[in-house]
Write a protein that binds this ligand. Sequence first.
Ligand code: HMG
Ligand code: MG
Length: 301
Amino acid sequence: MSDHDVRIYEVGPRDGLQNEKEPIPTDAKLRFIELLADAGLREIETTSFVAPRAVPQLADADDLMARLERRPGVRYPVLVPNERGLERAEAAGADALCVFTAASEAFTRANINMSIAGSIDAFRPVLARARERGWWTRGYVSTAFGCPFQGEVGEAAVVGVARQLIDLGVDEVSIGDTIGVAAPRDVRRVVEALLRGGIAADRMAMHFHDTRGTALANVAAALELGIRCFDASTGGTGGCPFAPGAAGNLATEDLVYLLDREGLTHGVDLDALLVAAAHVSQTLGRPLSTKVGQAGGWRVP
Ligand code: HMG
Ligand code: MG
């Protein structure tokens, strides 16, 4: 998918917006997605085919997906929790999906009303059908660094769930710090355990929420360990409605600035990305809270 050093997997239209209380017009979401593609993003998680009652903000998924003007070379994955979601995604023209479970039982129950084992059973037919159709697939392992209900989460639980998702045939797993509690030492502990558990670095993405300001430090630690795919949300919005205390994702603009200064290529243009971030700010009617969104890139005098 990418000739660059690092893949930036944009989650703004999905994770970024899913927890917003005021309804956002579908047109504004579609414009956001266009601006993200204009900025060079090639993987844009677009929406979720979940129960509309669970996530009212994304209840327009069918309409949005059907109206999406797809650009060649851009992947538009959607979240799918069950066969019903797959049918909707298929009817709306999707061709890339993410299933999502977690490393803690309590969060999995709160989020998708399943046990972890039950979620794996639910995903089996979904992923089998997606594979038959040639779709790209991803599996999320949430609460990999901490659970809002159970507290600390051991790395063995993360490896166990990631392994089961890989065995079901997902192209990659995304390891989620759902409530933003990890620091680099946790990243090393979990990623090293995943690598020892036989999950290659190129089948892993890291999904950091920046609740406590540690997301960029966590990216730096993951880069050292050979991880090359990072989830991020333009404008720094985000959070799971079923994870009390969750706040915004790592901001894509902050990630892009770091990668640029590190000399790592990723294909995203910071100035164009800030146009997309400004659109988020305008749509939500509040100023951006992200560092680079406020300061801009560095214009060397
Ligand atoms: P349930 O209540 O156990 O399921 O929900 P159910 O099968 O009894 O269905 C309940 C109702 O939902 C029924 O409607 C179903 O028809 C309907 P009713 O008869 O009451 O009118 N329904 C659906 N409607 C549309 N599309 C569907 C669908 N499925 C059922 N696919 C369920 C179980 C999984 C459906 C529900 O709990 C759900 O949708 N949860 C989604 C939660 C969610 O989206 N969370 C946020 C994403 S995860 C996240 O943010 C973390 C992540 O970013 C990584 C990280 O940060 O760690 C990915
Ligand atoms: Mg998330």
